[in-house]
Design a protein around this ligand. Structure first.
Ligand code: PLP
Length: 511
């Protein structure tokens, strides 16, 4: 056996490109949301690994027959669920190159190019975002700089650990039970998970309600009240996670105002811009991160809306010593003169795992292949497509927009008034528990199931203040205007059919 036979490497490599090219050619023919039932694959595959080798041809045949049906096609242009995951030729090529080299750049010495390219790419990106100098390696000597992690969950975990230890160094480790973490009820669950992991008391996880009247962004007043109350009770405010582009509705927490509050209490502020961060490279959107010079750390996912195939999260910190003093270890087997000199970055100390992929290569290739101008236009185009979709929603009086769209997420639902035509009199639902709000939510939920089961599109839902709504997250690499308009027609057809059925059963029930 020769696991790296170069002739086979070349033959299979080309074959894989052909396979993927065909996949993309056909991608619109597959149901966007997979229709398989749990356990489908166990029924189709052998129960143990093959004893003898199998050919790549027969393996790919099985991928086509058995794996593809179980895929939800994230790269389908009519995928609007969650947040999109934009792949690209450059992202793919970068991933291929990085996987091909298969180097493990945990410290500088283990692959100097991996570390140095990462610092350069993080500076490039930081400058594209017009981040303050305090986050840029080359223009800061106080410990600012960036790192590539896998996901936002990791970015939040690492910064929270740093913030925790910084505080504990002041108040003593025995006081960990006093530390408080703040966020809004719109903050991603990544923060809750991180809080659980780092041992902060669940009762000190302070979730502040973000009001609809404030477009679901976190206000500084209730934050201040919560902090003051905690301080009064002898607790120690430690960490605030602000979000630019929350998951449910793309709400924007006002960084400047929040920092005015936190400053006094020496609270670590992290800004999670997982999805919306990249759009801030466009000058007209940059104001959303105004005040970023006040925060301690900032992150976004390049794999969400920045053409960089999974997984790639960009994190900047002002003071990497805070990260490394929590996360660094230096066992004998990793000792080397370069690390001893303290003149190099050892990224293993900025993250949880030891090993790491050469992700910078991927991001570098994306930035170089498309250029800043095209990247801006790519993002702007999605914002335009979202505007188009939003206008279509507004034109149909049966629907309403739940929160005006700022980036490329449109939140909409069938409006209560359209549903009240069914629910007048005794109501379509003959139980008393079924109040209007329940009915509106139920109809919208049915609409979502109905459009998703068509196989032609996939959207997911959100909920604010008890109201269920449908999220159309535009941003898949292949999405064009005709996809968006077709999708809206599809929503309308399913709504007509659903409302018609409900009206009929109402009439039947009342005759
Ligand atoms: C997607 C998302 C996350 C989680 O991202 P991972 O990279 O999967 O950990 C966190 N916060 C926001 C605002 C998100 O949109």
């Amino acid at each position: 056996m020769n696991p790296l036979d170069l002739e086979e490497f070349k033959r299979q490599g080309y074959m894989m490109i052909d396979f993927l090219t065909d996949y993309y050619k056909n991608i619109e023919n597959y149901p966007v949301l997979s229709t398989v039932e749990p356990g489908y694959l166990t029924k189709r595959l052998p129960s143990s690994a093959p004893f003898q080798p199998e050919s790549i041809e027969s393996i790919l045949e099985d991928v086509q027959q058995h794996i593809i049906p179980g895929l939800t096609h994230w790269m389908n242009p009519n995928f609007y669920a969650y947040f999109p995951c934009t792949g690209s030729t450059a992202g793919f090529i970068g991933e291929m190159l990085s996987t091909g080299f298969n180097v493990v750049g945990f410290n500088w010495l283990s692959s100097p190019a991996a570390t140095e390219l990462e610092t350069i790419v993080m500076d490039w990106l930081g400058k594209m975002l017009n981040l303050p100098k305090s986050f840029i390696f080359s223009s800061c000597d106080k410990g600012g700089g960036g790192v590539l992690l896998g996901t936002t969950c990791e970015a939040i975990l690492c910064t929270l650990v740093a913030a925790r230890d910084k505080k504990l160094a002041q108040i003593g480790k025995e006081n960990i039970g006093k530390l408080v973490v703040y966020c809004s009820d719109q903050t991603h669950s990544a923060l809750q998970k991180a809080t659980q992991i780092v041992g902060i008391h669940p009762q000190n996880f302070r979730v502040i309600k973000a009001k609809g009247s404030n477009l679901y962004s976190l206000s500084s007043d209730p934050l201040l009240s919560a902090i003051l109350l905690d301080v009064e009770n002898g607790l120690v405010p430690c960490f605030l996670c602000a979000t630019i582009g929350t998951t449910a509705t793309n709400a924007i927490d006002p960084i400047k105002l929040l920092c005015n509050v936190t400053k006094e209490f020496d609270i670590w502020v992290h800004v999670d811009a997982a999805y919306a961060g990249p759009v801030c490279i466009c000058p007209e959107f940059r104001h959303y991160i105004d005040g970023i010079e006040e925060v301690n750390s900032f992150s976004f996912n390049a794999h969400k809306w920045f053409l960089t195939n999974l997984a790639c999260c960009c994190l900047w910190v002002k003071d990497h010593n805070a990260l490394t003093s929590s996360l660094s270890t230096y066992p004998e087997y990793l000792r080397n003169k370069k690390s001893d000199s303290k003149k190099v970055v050892d990224y293993k100390d900025w993250q949880v795992p030891l090993s790491r992929k050469f992700n910078a290569l991927k991001l570098w290739i994306v930035l170089r292949s498309y250029g800043v101008e095209n990247l801006k236009n790519f993002l702007r185009n999605h914002v335009e497509l979202a505007k188009t979709f939003e206008e279509l929603v507004r034109k149909d009086e049966r629907f309403e927009i739940v929160v005006p769209s700022k980036f490329s997420l449109v939140c909409f639902r069938i409006s209560p008034s359209a549903i009240s035509t069914i629910n007048d009199g005794e109501g379509y639902y003959n139980g008393k528990m079924m109040n209007d709000e329940y009915l509106v939510n139920d109809v919208n939920c049915k609409l979502l199931d109905s459009i998703n089961s068509s196989g032609k599109t996939y959207m997911t839902h959100g909920e604010v203040e008890g109201a269920f709504f449908i999220r159309c997250a535009i941003g898949s690499t292949l999405t064009e205007e005709h996809h968006v308009t077709m999708t809206w027609k599809l929503v309308q057809e399913h709504a007509s059919s659903l409302l018609g059925t409900l009206l009929n059963s109402y009439i039947n029930k009342n005759n």
